[in-house]
Design a protein around this ligand. Structure first.
Ligand code: CMC
Length: 374
């Protein structure tokens, strides 16, 4: 293959962005100039969502108004609820999320309006409704009744309430909120680039987010947090971890939750999420997965010099919070809607059709032979 070909767009800068900056050399990530760790310490998810969508942190009045808008848009149409009831119960919730956002697009009166104001309104609607749709499916597939959201609950509290019918203690909610903040935005990752590529043909936000969800589902991207949990469940006990990881490395297996295209000496989001994983494990009085986590991490760094990415601590944290494993990546979705939406608006604002070239290596020119002579 020619050196001119950058497979996987490795190392290629394709555009400019004002939304986030990933700085692997200093293990740092900023959203609109604010360090993600700082935002985790001082803000709730709604403030960060506002920042990503509106470019500035909200003041009290703006935040109140934003929360009011989210609350106004949180309920689903009867049509969407009926569709969720008909979806096969064994469907992957990521496919349900994709379908739900697609249906929201069919129902949205502003689908054809790609102006910045309409896109912001649509982004808020998708952000508000997607957790409701996912939690409804969470319950429907277990044969349970859906639970209506409550106006006085935060974004994170409402998700617990709609899934489980109760809100856990403040520290668990904070850990969940932190995971949403850390998942909210990460520059030109594959799902965001998918959203921008779809947008570049001047298509609409619902289509771009539907495509982004499909992209996030893959195990090399968002799907990794589910794979991490499958791995930890397979390992089962800390005593098995060393043998398991040694065998995996001998087999040259890809170990999920490790490695990153941009960070080569550690993902900036991991230390914060690792700390909240620890706190949740203490509250839940279950250190099994923490012990497995440490053993696998140590071997991966020592033997391969490959560090964990954010999906490594989020997987077991969501498990301890009580979520089904196939809901981990959908949780990533409800947060990343903010980043995707901001990128879709940024793409619309300074659009250029994304259309790379390929080096052809197929058959040389051939003459078509008529069907009856082939
Ligand atoms: N386990 C074992 N070996 C690995 C891993 C891993 N997780 N990641 C990279 N390597 C090895 C890889 O085999 C290759 O070795 P060699 O040069 O001998 O062939 C080398 O490291 C370089 O890897 P690469 O696949 O060329 O690197 P990439 O930048 O194309 O891939 C990645 C990045 C994230 C796809 C990859 O690290 C991976 O598959 N990780 C596991 C899946 C995962 O955790 N994904 C989440 C990504 S970050 C958060 C998110 O987006 O959700």
């Amino acid at each position: 293959m020619s050196d001119d070909i950058k497979k996987g767009l490795l190392g290629i800068i394709v555009d400019e962005t004002e939304i986030s900056k990933v700085m692997p050399e200093i293990n740092s990530l900023t959203y609109r100039g604010y360090a993600a760790q700082d935002l985790c310490a001082r803000c709730d998810f709604e403030e960060v969502a506002y920042l990503i969508l509106n470019k500035e942190l909200p003041n009290k009045k703006q935040l109140k108004e934003f929360k009011k808008e989210l609350s106004k848009e949180i309920t689903l149409s009867k049509n969407l609820i009926d569709i969720l009831k008909k979806i096969p119960k064994n469907s992957h919730p990521m496919d349900v999320a994709r379908t739900a956002v697609s249906v929201m697009g069919l129902e949205d009166k502003e689908t054809k309006d790609n102006s910045p104001k309409a896109n912001l309104r649509k982004a808020i609607r998708i952000l508000a409704k997607t957790p409701t749709a996912l939690s409804a499916f969470y319950r429907l597939r277990k044969g349970k009744k859906t639970i209506s959201p409550k106006k006085n609950l935060s974004f994170s509290e409402n998700f617990f309430h709609m899934c489980f019918g109760k809100v856990p203690n403040k520290e668990i909610v904070k850990a969940f909120d932190v995971s949403l903040i850390l998942y909210a935005e990460h520059s030109f990752n594959v799902s965001t680039f998918t959203a921008r590529t779809i947008t570049s043909s001047l298509s609409d936000i619902h289509g771009a987010i539907t495509g982004a969800i499909a992209s996030l589902k893959g195990p090399l991207h968002g799907g990794a947090n589910e794979e991490v949990m499958h791995m930890m469940k397979k390992i089962k006990k800390p005593e098995n971890a060393l043998k398991w990881i040694t065998k995996a490395l001998k087999n040259k297996d890809v170990v999920m939750g490790f490695g990153h295209r941009v960070y080569k000496s550690g993902d900036s989001r991991v230390p914060t999420m690792r700390e909240y994983f620890k706190r949740v494990a203490i509250i839940k009085k279950d250190k099994t997965f923490e012990k497995i986590y440490d053993i696998v991490e140590k071997v991966m760094i020592k033997e391969k010099n490959i560090y964990p990415n954010v999906d490594y601590p989020t997987g077991p944290t969501y498990h301890l919070m009580g979520f089904d494993t196939d809901f981990f990546t959908p949780i990533f979705v409800i947060s990343r809607i903010t980043g995707w939406s901001a990128h879709i608006m940024e793409q619309h604002a300074a659009n250029k059709l994304i259309r790379p070239l390929a080096s052809y290596k197929g058959n040389k020119h051939r003459k078509v032979i008529q069907l009856n002579q082939r």
